[in-house]
Design a protein around this ligand. Sequence first.
Ligand code: GAP
Length: 590
Amino acid sequence: MSAMRHLLDLCKRRGFLFQSAEIHGGLRGAYDYGPLGVELKRNVSQEWWNSMVYQRSDVVGIDTAIITPPAVLKTSGHVDQFTDEMVDSRLSKERFRPDKAPELKLDDQGRIPITAPDKNTAKLWENDIRTQFARGAMITRSGKQILMEVERMERDRIVLKQDPSTTSTTSDLDSSLQIPYHGYVDPNSNSPFLTESRPFNLMFKTYLDPIDPIDKVITTTLDAQKSSSDLSNTRQLVDKVLYPSLTYLRPETAQGVFINYMTIQRSHPHLRIPFGIAQVGKSFRNEIRLEHAIFRTPEFEQMELEYFVAPWQAQDQFTSWRKFRMDWWRTYARHHDRIRERPHTQDELAHYSSGCVDVEYLFPWGWGEVEGIANRGDFDLSKHSEATGIKLQYTDAILMQERQAREKATGQKENNTEVLAKERYTPHVVESSCGLNRAMLALMLDAMEAVDEQGRTVPLGEEKGVRTIMRLHPRLAPVKVAVMPLVSNNKDLVDICTDISNRLRQELQVNVALETQSTTIGKRYYRMDEIGTPWCVTVDFDTLNDHNVTIRDRDTGEQRRVSKDEAIDIVQDSLRLYPRHSRPQQTIAA
Ligand code: GAP
């Protein structure tokens, strides 16, 4: 079993994560978070918020609307440019992104093997190829595989071998045997029979109107038909009717920050540049390809920081934020070799961006982006400023007062443009944009370890005699401590457990499990290891006399006999972020 399958099985069995609406057949790309998943997701988000907002004096939080008017997203460029290229496979009808699709593969005899999901589908595809897509080509079928003989490969086309038994002349077949090739094939079948690639906007549209937009489309179309038989303008008419109620589900949380920049600055005058605005919330993208469970979904959560800096600070701040964020990842992930920064190449960079790196995690299927850190220049504020006529600038009140004092003293107005440009400018933005669901997936995979009966680490996928330990950072663990009676039906022991778990809840304000299942204590420990609980506290018959308990460490399996107070202290200490880790740098010098 693959590591991902292992994790998803565990997630479903233990109530972290499961397919949404499963009893109704499920919805592709939609996931629900169960009691443990919701705790883990909240903890990841809380750790992010703690490091980005609570531990700094230069960042404040915000929570903006998801439903966004077109003007905002037209200004940001999303309406016109937030597109992916899309291609349809003509055989399977699957839709995919060409930039992520593999190159054509040939078998060891130089033939193109096209793989159908089953034998019957292969028969149908073979017929489609023979009658529509490559008439006269030399092909054979073996089980669910169709094999096509290749005459030669050219730069932008594949020339197929002609079946000598065909009666048509070569000139008839020329176009049929030449398949355009742009360097990719259907990722599932290796088929080169594809539509041309076309752009597709990723945003979800919705209409703020009690009248169903489809009714409006029908009525408008019928009216247009009545007044003229020329329907060429109908699309425009329909757009015009729908536009007043058109809105989008935001594709990123960042725009909510930019459009509120001025209001926040005015309401929080203590915020002097450099300062940041953080937001955690849902974003929506109509992704062509949904993949790897919660790695890529249409509905997901982002944790974003927009950090406003003076233009001359931008490069240093970008460098500083890269380090800050990598330190954050290294605090919570155990395998530092599975985290890396990947700087964008020049052709990946947006035209306004002077630097961007992806933070990537080594997932079971390869490196995948979990966060982007970008130096966005003044693009966002300038665009919203241009569109609204509202100056989204920053005035350095101290520099301004100093200049005014100098002007008063000398009786002369200063108009040195360099001095004035330092006093008032459109801030540049350094952005850190992290996917919460992806972060959770990465951190779970990172924490998951399989051990054999002797407690030795074994590769994930071996099933016999293997159990899982989720070695999550204690601050991320969904349950911080499980309190359990040695014998689950003994009222005296259960009463003490109830008392200890209530004290833990009240004193530490954390999620505590009172574990009274009637299985062996060993099995109960293992169940807690599997969900990442760092500590188990066991109450036994000796506790009735000496008031001590046994506390067990998830990672070492070590058990210590301690007083109840000591047990609480041990849990509390393990949850302290400092001084176990060095305090992150606040800001860098302006
Ligand atoms: N404001 C910049 C921005 O949104 P992005 O690289 O498009 O940048 C940032 O997205 C992060 O959001 C990604 O690194 C990823 O972790 C997460 N993300 C993006 N699309 C996602 C999707 N469809 N499903 C899950 N997470 C996604």
